[in-house]
Design a protein around this ligand. Structure first.
Ligand SMILES: Cc1cc2nc3c(=O)[nH]c(=O)nc-3n(C[C@H](O)[C@H](O)[C@H](O)COP(=O)(O)OP(=O)(O)OC[C@H]3O[C@@H](n4cnc5c(N)ncnc54)[C@H](O)[C@@H]3O)c2cc1C
Length: 439
């Protein structure tokens, strides 16, 4: 069917079609799902897509609705998932691997990479988006440990992107998403890690403003091994009351150093419980349920270089008015800040925190619900910058405009015009190719 393609092809007549056509709870209707077994197979699948004028979805872990489509082709990289540990802590990973596989494979070598918080998220999608993980304060973003990528371009050409080969592509891949080609293999510099100390601290769910200020004051002075996220979950019924927690991962197996670092958090007013334990890093990666598609989620997120009292006040005001919303605040200060703003496509390198808010609405929502939520978020948006594309549920084409500062966006669009002028790779937070006179 596809000339030169030796991997697996699934069409609508196959019993595997429905699961293969589904991405993160969304059933698409692609004409075929191609599972390449090699880089050359990816090239052949792209040639077919171009000739047949098929829309292209590229799937690694399948955690977004982008990686299925209506009437197009899905290039599913789940067959390209090897994890190879090389000398000097270098690791070569097939982009269809999931981060849980990677953590498991690196553990016997006493190595780890800071990825996301979820076992089954794909290496391809998370890395290209940046990658904010449980050791972001120690090792920065996942892309900050990336040294090389093998990429199949829209033309079908196979190139290597690194600091010395196709450097502009290398820059764009580190945060610019799947806009530039299909990455088949990454090389990373892994970090020594024997284990972590991890868990959660529960807080009484009242006095949010004061609790956030207390958490901020403590984590600002905490050692960089201590990575924390503040999480406020609303009540989802009588059996599932509201809960506020600080989730943490201390990136070392030194329990006594971890307990010293955690003590100021455990001593905060309002602490009602704690769960602290030593674990292998792989066991920190969780597997949340796929969200109920019947619920509408209106989310917002942004980076803040100063989690000031004023910002906390605005945030608490918006969060309280939202009613049923999840609030997550990731403390990212540390190695993340040591990378220059123009070194990768993730430019908000002065950020102290990333704030993520998700408002849950039942199906019968008024037409203006989204604009009402966004209006309440406005005072927070005015004190934050940008957006992290991996933490929005939205597939709105305007999202890419919000994700990057103007100079980064313009540079990404120039790279897009060079590497994918016809926008073959558009099932993503899409960067329309550069147009003269536009930012
Ligand atoms: C439950 C959950 C938890 C998450 N936790 C975190 C987290 O802790 N930290 C974080 O940073 N992000 C997190 N994310 C966001 C996640 O990084 C993005 O959604 C990411 O795009 C998912 O990657 P994937 O490969 O699983 O998804 P896919 O749907 O397979 O891919 C998403 C998009 O990435 C591009 N892409 C994927 N693979 C390739 C490739 N090999 N070559 C070119 N383009 C490719 C394509 O455009 C594709 O449409 C989380 C998402 C979910 C759903």
């Amino acid at each position: 069917m596809i000339e030169g393609f030796v991997g697996e092809i699934i069409t609508a007549t196959s019993h595997e079609y429905v699961p293969a056509a589904t991405s993160y709870g969304v059933l698409g209707s692609p004409v075929l799902i191609a599972r390449p077994s090699s880089t050359e197979d990816v090239s052949a699948a792209l040639a077919y897509a171009r000739a047949q004028r098929l829309e292209v979805s590229v799937r690694s872990g399948g955690h977004t609705p982008f990686s299925t489509n209506e009437g197009g082709i899905v290039i599913d990289l789940s067959g390209v998932r090897g994890v190879e540990v090389l000398d000097g802590g270098l690791v070569r990973i097939g982009s269809g691997a999931v981060w849980g596989d990677v953590a498991q494979a690196l553990q016997p070598h006493g190595l780890a990479l800071s990825s996301g918080d979820t076992f089954s998220v794909g290496v391809g999608g998370l890395t290209l988006g940046g990658g904010i993980g449980w050791m972001v304060r120690q090792y920065g973003l996942t892309v900050d440990s990336m040294l090389e990528a093998e990429v199949v371009l829209a033309s079908g050409a196979i190139v290597t992107a690194s600091a010395t080969s196709e450097p502009e592509l290398f820059w764009a891949l580190r945060g610019g998403g799947g806009n530039f080609g299909v990455v088949t293999r990454f090389t990373f510099q892994a970090h020594p890690l024997q284990g972590v100390v991890t868990g959660s601290i529960d807080f009484e769910p009242n006095a949010l403003e004061q609790t956030l200020r207390n958490w901020r004051d403590v984590v600002r002075d905490a050692p960089q091994e201590l990575n924390t996220t503040f999480l406020a979950m609303p009540s989802f019924g009588l059996d599932d009351p509201a809960r506020w927690q600080v989730l943490f991962c201390y990136g070392s197996d030194d329990i006594s150093a971890a307990m010293t670092a955690l003590k100021p958090l455990l001593d905060l007013p309002g602490v009602t419980g704690q769960d602290v334990g030593s674990k292998a890093y792989v066991d920190v990666l969780v597997e949340p349920e796929v969200p109920d598609r019947a619920l509408t989620i209106i989310d917002n997120n942004g980076f803040a270089d100063n989690f000031s009292d004023e910002l906390i006040e605005s945030l608490v005001d918006a969060h309280t008015k939202f009613g049923s919303a999840i609030l997550m605040i990731r403390h990212i200060q540390g190695a993340f800040n040591r990378v220059p703003a123009d070194a990768t496509a993730i430019a908000y390198r002065d950020a102290e925190i990333l704030i993520i808010s998700a408002v849950f609405l039942t199906p019968d929502i008024p037409d203006d619900a989204s604009s009402k939520v966004n209006a309440l978020w406005e005072p927070v948006a005015a004190q934050t910058a940008g957006m992290y594309g991996g933490f929005t549920n939205s597939t709105d084409p305007s999202i890419a405009e919000l994700m990057y500062p103007p100079s980064t966006l313009a540079r990404l669009r120039r790279a897009k015009s060079h590497y994918d002028p016809d926008n073959l790779f558009r099932r993503n937070h899409n960067l329309a190719p550069h147009v003269e006179g536009r930012p």
